[in-house]
Write a protein that binds this ligand. Structure first.
Ligand SMILES: [Mg+2]
Length: 216
């Protein structure tokens, strides 16, 4: 039997219903275009990375507007996240699953691109169920950069190759695979099984609720 040091969970789409990320991205793009940033600067980027690239472009081309753009775009996503959090709860059964894993001595972590305040709102008792939370505010490198996961693994004193990454996102699978973690995709968020396998999932489950039963 293989020892499992830790299980790391993504949050939105994995432990709780997903945020409307496409809509959030559209709103950030609208704000960026309004600030005069050309679309080519951010065309293929994720939301936070759009703001970083837009800010860098403004610093080089229209520096007087740069910090206002950055502050207002960052506030826009926090407002959306906090607004959604107010009416969101973790999936039924999540706390039992987490307690079940923990009772086996497995360390648990959450790694999320959402802000800490939103996680505190949706899952205020997370301190009772997981050992370490690394939200957007807590790290300088976000998933799919594996350093986001490494920060969490390090806090848990867990070895990547003996740990599991669970998430609904392609970026969760990619980050986990870079660290040689076992990656479990779940279908409660934004991807289907084919997309998760393509991104590197070792296996795909309908949801995370049975993990405490089949992980040994
Ligand atoms: Mg997710």
């Amino acid at each position: 039997m293989t020892t499992i040091d830790a299980v790391l969970f993504d949050f939105d789409g994995t432990l709780a219903p997903n945020l409307d990320l496409p809509d959030m991205r559209r709103q950030v793009i609208a704000r960026s275009l309004q600030a005069g940033i050309p679309e080519a600067v951010f065309a293929d980027l994720y939301i936070v990375e759009i703001i970083e690239a837009g800010h860098a472009w403004l610093c080089a081309h229209d520096s007087a507007r740069a910090s206002h753009y950055k502050n207002s775009a960052e506030q826009l996503i926090v407002d959306i996240e906090i607004g959604a959090a107010a009416s969101t709860d973790v999936f039924a059964g999540v706390t039992d699953m987490l307690a079940g894993l923990r009772s086996r001595g497995i360390k648990l972590g959450i790694v999320t691109r959402n802000c800490r305040a939103a996680i505190d709102t949706v899952f205020p008792e997370h301190h009772r169920y997981v050992d370490a939370l690394h939200a957007r505010d807590d790290v300088s490198h976000l998933k799919p950069d594996p350093r986001h996961l490494l920060a969490n693994l390090s806090a848990l004193a867990a070895r990547p190759a003996s740990s599991i990454m669970v998430g609904d996102g392609a970026l969760d699978m990619r980050a986990g695979r870079e660290l040689d973690m076992r990656c479990i995709g779940v279908l409660t968020g934004s991807n289907d099984a084919a997309a998760l396998i393509q991104a590197g999932a070792n296996e795909v489950q309908d949801n995370c609720l049975q993990l405490h039963k089949f992980l040994s």
